[in-house]
Design a binder for this molecule. Structure first.
Ligand SMILES: [Zn+2]
Ligand SMILES: [Zn+2]
Length: 342
């Protein structure tokens, strides 16, 4: 099967053996990949982890092999969308709702990765993180389930609710999903970005306000003006904290929350101790979704509470390298890799 392999910051298209159920005790399912979204985390791995691997986890596909079983929710021919990590739901971490810290979480994965023509998914996935594609959504729309679920988890952890005002820094595809997730939890949301078109797009996607970033002082003053002088209750850092932290500290209200939602290349974000201490700020991270977050994301997409149409640009599997480059160059908001031919 055609497989896009990443190694040392290069993508090569290779012919690899197709996974078969017989390689996995005849359990689980083989999914023909129809398409797969390119995630920011794929790009981080592409740039900073040189080992040979197949990236891609925002998969939409069709079940082409599964052992017939009365208890199974799925059968051959079902169109599905899936999450790639499954927590055990019973360890110390899971009991404390730190599902993505569960030791089983990262051990479970799809094989080999979404940028291949076929993948294997385990029985654990089928039970917890695989969902049928609603008939009225196209493949690209439902491929947003996993990234939206990541945002839902962040919104839940930051305790967004009616009466809170959030500021989303960075209006890439994740920022635009985050704002809509905040609205789904009844919070108010202001979006902020350097790029004019993205600011305009946010206002069309149900954000209460969106502003173009000028400089730290000017834009923080605008945010304060919009929040009766206080600043935002919660800041979502969807763009690298190394660049945006100074602005975030100026725009957050005393006693507010900063939620870190992206990695930085050399791990030096520089949160200032005294701001956190004297201003009683809460700084927290949010990383990857639980099966419940995936289910809620599926529901919000199904009910069109979150609009993802027009966010993606389509690339073929052969052009995965271009998709990565265009995303890094901000030429596209979100790349969707169409893997299967029509
Ligand atoms: Zn993702
Ligand atoms: Zn667990």
């Amino acid at each position: 099967m055609k497989t896009a392999v990443a190694e040392n910051q290069k993508i090569s298209i290779q012919d690899r053996p197709q996974p078969a159920l017989s390689d996995f005790n005849n359990e689980g399912a083989i999914v023909k990949v129809l398409g797969c979204g390119l995630c920011g985390s794929d790009i981080v791995k592409f740039l900073h982890d040189g080992t040979e691997k197949v990236l891609g986890h925002e998969v939409v596909g069709e079940i082409v092999d599964i052992r017939p079983c009365f208890l199974s929710k799925f059968k051959i021919g079902d169109k599905v969308v899936l999450g790639h990590h499954v927590p055990c739901m019973k360890c110390e971490y899971c009991e404390n709702k730190n599902y993505s810290m569960c030791r089983q979480f990262k051990e479970t994965n799809i094989v080999p990765g979404g940028f291949a023509e076929y993948i294997y998914v385990s029985p654990k996935h089928l039970k917890n993180t695989v969902f049928k594609v609603p008939k009225h959504l196209d493949d690209m729309e439902i491929s947003f389930m996993e990234p939206l679920a990541c945002c839902i988890r962040a919104v839940e952890r930051a305790e967004v609710k009616d009466g809170t005002t959030s500021l989303v820094i960075g209006l890439g595809s994740i920022g635009l999903l985050m704002g809509q997730a905040i609205k789904a939890f009844k919070g108010d949301v202001i979006g902020c970005d350097l790029i004019e078109e993205r600011v305009a797009l946010a206002s069309n996607l149900n954000f209460d306000a969106s502003i173009k970033f000028e400089d730290n002082d000017t834009t923080a003053a605008t945010v304060k003006e919009m929040t009766c002088g206080y600043g935002a209750d919660i800041i979502f850092m969807t763009s690298g904290s190394d660049k945006a932290i100074e602005f975030a500290l100026k725009a957050v209200r005393d006693g507010g929350t900063i939620l870190v939602f992206s990695s930085v290349p050399n791990d030096t974000a520089g949160y200032t101790n005294n701001d956190i201490y004297y201003r009683e700020l809460k700084v927290m991270g949010s990383y990857s979704p639980s099966p419940m977050d995936l289910e809620l994301a599926h529901k919000l997409l199904r009910k069109k509470k979150v609009i993802v149409k027009y966010l993606s640009t389509v690339y073929s599997l052969d052009n995965l390298g271009d998709a990565i480059q265009d995303t890094m160059d901000n030429k596209t908001l979100k790349a969707y890799i169409k893997v299967a031919k029509d």
